[in-house]
Ligand binder design. Structure first.
Ligand SMILES: [Zn+2]
Length: 253
């Protein structure tokens, strides 16, 4: 019998029959895995009500009789993230990040960098060390880096001018090309997303600097607005999925 043991964060829970839950976990050691929590619905004692988003758990699973199906045998809470649980806006952001991970990563592919990013940002919003909007931009940009869908922000995709050499403050972003485009090259294309040069520079910083520096940075108000709009479009387009939690976020945000 194969035993797996790892820190884990719940991405999704589905009720199964009258007694059981099927839970998708994002684990540090094994990536995304799905396991059945038998009698979790029926008996609160068995898993002591810890099987709720978004605390960090330590879980142990074994392989069941059906090949491939994992059975949750032990679970203990290591970080409860109570402030997220109590606050609907924080819950909405955490749900959006969980859905991005759930819909983009393959099962059983180890994603340690992404796990650490997710954990770190949950911890930061739980402790009110960062605004949820800033955390959301950082999550999406760094997720894009890790997933190999990094937006091109250094230069215009058409004339190849570096953004520092482009005159004026107005730039655009072409989602299909995944790149910044200068005002000249954009030539009135209304589909592209407007961005100030200052926003692009802040996003470049988020892309490339060490995470500890990025987490301390102060975003300007217009950067927060433009970057939120850009990254939500970008992630939707490149992950190629609709996110129900994003609709929820817009309702409560
Ligand atoms: Zn250009």
């Amino acid at each position: 019998m194969k035993i797996l043991s790892s820190p884990a964060i719940i991405l999704k829970r589905i009720e199964y029959g009258d007694f059981d839950l099927i839970i998708t976990f994002f684990t540090l050691n094994y990536g995304k895995i799905t396991a059945m929590a038998k009698y979790a619905k029926k008996s609160k004692k068995r898993f002591a009500s810890v099987l709720e988003p978004f605390g960090e758990l330590n879980i142990v699973t074994t392989s069941g009789r059906n090949k491939g199906l994992l059975i949750l045998t032990e679970v203990c809470l290591s970080h409860s993230f109570m402030e997220i649980k109590k606050n609907i806006l924080k819950t909405a952001y955490a749900s959006y990040w969980a859905e991005i991970i759930n819909k983009s990563v393959e099962s059983s592919v180890i994603e340690k960098q992404l796990y650490i990013l997710f954990y770190k940002l949950l911890d930061m919003i739980d402790k009110n060390l960062i605004s949820e909007t800033a955390a959301n931009i950082i999550f999406q940009i760094r997720f894009a880096n890790i997933s190999g869908i990094k937006p091109q922000l250094e230069k215009c995709c058409k004339c190849k001018s570096e953004i520092n050499r482009i005159k004026g403050e107005k730039l655009f972003f072409d989602i299909e090309k995944g790149s910044v485009i200068c005002e000249n090259c954009n030539s009135g294309n209304k589909k592209n997303i407007p961005l100030f040069k200052g926003t692009v520079k802040q996003l470049l910083w988020v892309q490339d600097k060490e995470i500890e520096k990025v987490l301390k940075m102060k975003f300007t108000e217009y950067c927060l607005q433009q970057a939120t709009n850009l990254m939500e479009h970008f992630i939707g387009y490149y992950v190629g999925k609709e996110f129900n939690s994003l609709k929820f976020l817009k309702e409560v945000g």
